[in-house]
Design a protein around this ligand. Structure first.
Ligand code: FES
Length: 117
């Protein structure tokens, strides 16, 4: 997989839609590739995997999220998923709302509350 970060422009994303996502994201310039259940998706750098999936839902309509199910603050633990960060030998359970996305991150299975479209 090409792990080079790309700008939203380079990926042909609509600037108006990207601007909408800035309300719920930490500032970012580039998008980084991660693999979500066998599909490569680009998510904003400097942001959690949870927010990255939210971004994919808004920008690409790839993920649906049941917002009522999540705290997005590290307490409910509902976002725990098997994740393999670059350099890790194997996947481990991690809270996606507390884990910053890195290029090449693998999410093997999405927890309840997320639906891949
Ligand atoms: S969403 Fe509640 S711990 Fe991550």
């Amino acid at each position: 997989m090409d792990l080079t970060p790309k700008t939203p422009q380079e990926l042909g994303l609509d600037p108006a839609v990207i601007d909408e996502t800035r309300d719920f994201l930490q500032p970012f310039e580039k998008l980084i590739p991660i693999t979500v259940v066998d599909e490569v998706m680009y998510v904003p750098e400097n942001n959690s995997l949870w927010r990255g999936l939210q971004f994919c839902g808004v920008v690409k309509n790839k993920i649906a999220i049941d917002f009522s199910y999540f705290c997005i603050a590290g307490t409910c633990k509902h976002c725990r998923a098997l994740v393999q960060l670059p350099g890790m030998a194997q996947r481990e359970p991690m809270l996606m709302c507390q884990t910053i996305a890195q290029p090449g991150t693998l999410i093997r299975k999405l927890p309840q509350g997320f639906r891949k479209k």
